[in-house]
Design a protein around this ligand. Sequence first.
Ligand SMILES: NC(=O)c1ccc[n+]([C@@H]2O[C@H](COP(=O)([O-])OP(=O)(O)OC[C@H]3O[C@@H](n4cnc5c(N)ncnc54)[C@H](O)[C@@H]3O)[C@@H](O)[C@H]2O)c1
Length: 325
Amino acid sequence: MRLMVTGACGRIGSHAVRQLLQAGHEVVGTDSMIHAGNLRELAKRIPVVAADVQDLGAMLRVLTDHRVERIVHLAAAIGDQFDTQPWGSYQVNLGGTLNVLEAARHAGVERVAMASTHNVYPKAYGEHGHPTWKPIAEDHPPDPWRPYAVMKLACEHMGRIYAAKYGVDFAAVRYAAYYGAERAIRRGKKAPDVLNRMILEAVEGTATNIERGGEQVFDPVYIKDCAHGVIRAALSDGKRGGRVYNIGGGNPVTLNQAAAAVRRVLPAARIEVGPGADFSPEGEGYHPPLDITRARTEIGYEPQFTLDAGIADCARELEVLLGRK
Ligand SMILES: NC(=O)c1ccc[n+]([C@@H]2O[C@H](COP(=O)([O-])OP(=O)(O)OC[C@H]3O[C@@H](n4cnc5c(N)ncnc54)[C@H](O)[C@@H]3O)[C@@H](O)[C@H]2O)c1
């Protein structure tokens, strides 16, 4: 199969490229900023085209030049700055996705699979919050509170319309917060980066002190499983018809349990976690774990990494990124 990956130079995008090549597919990567950092050795193995998703003509040219059959659409404007720049988020995340869909329609592409977010769901509450933490399923009413998530939700709905009316099959994956070396190395201090931080500091040999939140449950998913999930959405048999799929780690844990896993895998880790059921520094609450039953049954998604295996892999990759191996 010939696929275009948008956002190919990004963190998840580079893993998607790697996994698609390993499975024997042909890939053309596109990105607005060509930077080989995440792609590493892959930059020499595939064509990587500088193409902004805001440019419909550029998208169409790549699809026709490379006779693309399916698209993995990961390009996005992410980051807190877009919460104060909703117009920028609109142009890239909604406008860009519409360009990808429209280009796919004109080029006869079979399916677009795109990355959405758990941010479309409400923050954890009721049975989905403390202490029961019932995983949330896709048919739960959305309640996005960030411009980014509003755009992603609009994209999901537009994708459904393209699938129903314009002959481009579509699926979206809603990611839980992921951990992975490419993200850990950015030294994020935000709540979703808590596991990234524990792994990075353990690898660097520094102590981690998290003031509170040891009993809070969260849903860590490894970056390579994010790539695996969107690939299953792109390649699974049959029509997806605009369905959305939760992609979580399948094994929600408390922060204390996550810290214990890091200590198990990296015995030199020095991690202290305080009590309580909210580890977000701003006390802003957190998203519930994701129910991945639909992804398991409809697209054959199965997390490839247990928490321990993901932490070990992440630590290995961090050693490489830090130039130690
Ligand atoms: N938990 C979550 O909900 C969650 C978390 C992370 C990522 N995601 C989604 O997964 C996808 C990949 O995220 P990531 O973490 O790999 O992000 P990333 O920032 O590492 O990668 C995104 C890539 O898109 C490119 N890009 C940005 N604007 C573009 C444009 N206008 N045209 C073309 N390319 C452009 C960037 O250069 C970057 O290489 C995104 O769609 C993101 O929204 C969801």
